[in-house]
Design a protein around this ligand. Sequence first.
Ligand SMILES: Cc1cc2nc3c(=O)[nH]c(=O)nc-3n(C[C@H](O)[C@H](O)[C@H](O)COP(=O)(O)OP(=O)(O)OC[C@H]3O[C@@H](n4cnc5c(N)ncnc54)[C@H](O)[C@@H]3O)c2cc1C
Length: 433
Amino acid sequence: MKYDLIVVGGGPGGLMAARTAAEDGLKVLLVERKKNITEVNRYCGQIFYTRKLSSSKAGLHGDGYIESVSVEVDFETNRFHFPGPGFSLNYNGPLVPYLNWVAISPSKYLVYRRKQTLWAFQFSKEAFLAELLALARKAGAEILPETIGVAAENNSDGVKVLMRGKSGEQTLEARTVIAADGVSSSIVDSLGLNKERQVLSSRGMKLICYHLEGVETDLPPFSWADICIPSVTRVMGGLLMGMLADDKTQLGSSSEEILQRFMSHPNFAPWFRHAQVVKKTGLSGGAKYGILSAIMEPVEGNVVIVGDAGAPIEAWIQGAVASAYMAVKAIEKELSGQKGYLEYIDWWQNAFYFCRQKDYFRNVFGIFALSNAWSCDEDVDYVYKLFQDREGSPFTLVSQNQELIKEGRPELYDRFVKGYEEIERVVSKIKPF
Ligand SMILES: Cc1cc2nc3c(=O)[nH]c(=O)nc-3n(C[C@H](O)[C@H](O)[C@H](O)COP(=O)(O)OP(=O)(O)OC[C@H]3O[C@@H](n4cnc5c(N)ncnc54)[C@H](O)[C@@H]3O)c2cc1C
């Protein structure tokens, strides 16, 4: 057998797996669909979170990787430390701190999800991927771009992988495989693992992001913003705006029409007076199989699943690299006759918030159920003005201060109560893990 490991997918998870395994002396092949592996055309906020977001005092919840990470900023080289799995990564690309996370109403009342505290960094996913790719190549991993991993099949010796490249189809064999082919993983589907997953949305999710130059906001410096304007889009978090590590601004939503309506809204148009779109990224999340619940046991035979391939929508970049590292260590144990896979499954179930199925679904559905409570822009202005300059997510502040809302706006209160009931109705249908 030619390879110890075939990695399918060259995103953060796949590149980290190839690099780690090759550095440890395994014979590795990585196949990636794209020609230019490090090019990022898929929408990604490119934020590196430094705080464990779940159960924070601001009521935030992470939907991805829970274990803490830290960033060491040094004159020469920056380092991302992962004390859980126990590794560090050098990063030489740009890094910009986030100090505020503001929620903004139509009339620009601000509620602070994070206030004057370092909660994340903006970084460059392309620079991050380029460093991993260079290290994987240096360590001897064979890299095959423009090649699609179509299906994997376990057999008594290892795993066969059917691939399609420019010169047609071929089947290669390895002792083990890592599926790192992202959210609509063909490898996961070919193994029949999607059948066990619950459907979160059969339609998937479409998103588009503008990279803009020349934006002039009056927001506090170093802010990430989520903007709620029901007359533009009802969904809270339906308009997201932040920095980019190359001095540009990112603005994302579910359609270009929404972005254009926001940019010409009278209260926000001055921000975009001199702005121009220099790049667009987009995604159709879950278009192939729908958005599915997490894979709870991410090992099938000798195929190990990492990152988004086993997640509902996002493991985060840090979750993808952490799971890739852990997957390689599990494979190395198995290849030397020890039990690595069970350890990996156990780690996966505890490292990702999306494995806590009921809580995860409560948060995901919560956004939509409570967004339906807004009937007009004035509703949002009323609530955000009530909690202006306070620290906390608007959802948490609403749920903690229901009596205030009931007194001031009883009909809005009734709609919130209906929203909470709807969330619990949906969550009660989720099969407990
Ligand atoms: C809107 C949005 C914003 C986000 N913002 C952030 C953020 O700010 N910070 C953060 O940490 N995370 C963010 N994420 C999540 C992050 O992008 C992913 O969790 C992370 O990239 C997952 O890495 P991965 O390697 O598992 O998968 P991917 O990054 O999806 O990589 C998969 C790779 O496999 C390739 N591929 C796919 N199918 C095949 C195939 N069959 N054969 C060969 N190759 C294949 C793809 O081309 C791709 O290169 C965001 C996600 C979304 C949807």
